[in-house]
Design a protein around this ligand. Sequence first.
Ligand SMILES: [Zn+2]
Length: 453
Amino acid sequence: MPRDDILSKFDLGVRHPALDSLRRAYATLHLSQRAPLEERSQKQLQLASVLVRHAKDNVPLYRDLYRDVEEIRSWEDFRAVPILTRDLASQAPLEDRTAEKSAPDSAPVEMVETSGTTGKKVTVLRSTRTEVWRSACKLLEYDWMGLDPRRSCASIRFDVGPNVRGYDSRLNCVVTNSWEEPLLGRLLPFGRGYVFRVGSKETVVADTLREVRPEYISATPTMLESLSSALDGPMFEIAMTIGETLYEPVRERLASHFGCRIFDTYGTREIGRIAVECPDTRNYHVHDYNVIVEILDDHGKPGNPGETGHVVLTSLHNLATPMIRYKLGDLATLGGRCPCGRTMTTIERLEGREVSRVVLRDGRKRLARHVSKALQDVEGFGPFLLRQKDYNVFELVVEEGSRGTQKDFEEARRGLSDLVEEPVTLTVTRVASLPPLPSGKRTRFVIDFTPEA
Ligand SMILES: [Zn+2]
């Protein structure tokens, strides 16, 4: 059957072993979208089994952690493998988490570190194999978006500045001939890229964008929102949102302001691509060939569709620094079967960091999502920090320029009261500016007291 997808349309035809692996990985992803569930599940289990054995035999941390782990033959066996907590992943020295030996395609090629939003940085080693699969997942995402790689793309990232090669001091960004990374850049003809540093002034970014007019942009929702105050649409064809929960009102506002389509993706530096928005519905589909996503309740049991739980990830191709049943601290709601017909695992909603939960006096925790969402929904509210200082005491820190009113604050207070099931006080503090976190996130929730055990 002739294929009509991003690779068959744009492949530059360059021969190279890594590119051939990438072509094969992408073909697997593309052809398996609607394959029977059982096929995918078998493949995942087979990869997980090899991974667990490799980790137990070759990685000091797992040798210890997996003393009681036997051969993985069923999902039940897999679910009995001990969880790798974020604490453990960030505290164990990298050499203890690194394989003493692995196949050539799993030799380390690059070290990456999480942004450390939660204060716990996790470092992993990437290999040719992880990069091949990460790139293949990206290609599938681009295929779903209907993206033409030859067009140009702007992005706002943490790791660029005037000292980076290609920095254009007039445009205040790094200008590249290919907006993708080298591996994908050799496979397809990617167009020009404009990379701005997180924290660049909105007006400065806006001036450049108005001049260079990229068709695509990739940034966090918060960053796009602040950009929308300095830049009028229609502007882009597609905005790819990354790095934080995309709330529906924010999506609608961005889509209508910039006159563009919005595609939300879910990934982390330590795992790679995890899920992407379905092209036909608002569900997210998991890159099942790259990662096993489990959504577990507080007791570690798998939840049912519609239930919110802890995201636990297994990176299926990282044999250099295996990440197996890694509980990274995100919450998500498991989806049912997606009406689009794709059989990939479905996530109904991404709820963001686990810390976005308030604590009740009896120890229960509840998502503060509705409150955060309501505040983000207020036009011109700007970045904020919501802090729980005691069971019934909250502080909301906003910037001096915030257009939030007494009515908005009172609504937030009522929302918090409902959540913790008792009357609460909410004080509002105004500061000159709330600096963006390294990840670019500008809204956050923190618990600032020690709840009784
Ligand atoms: Zn779908």
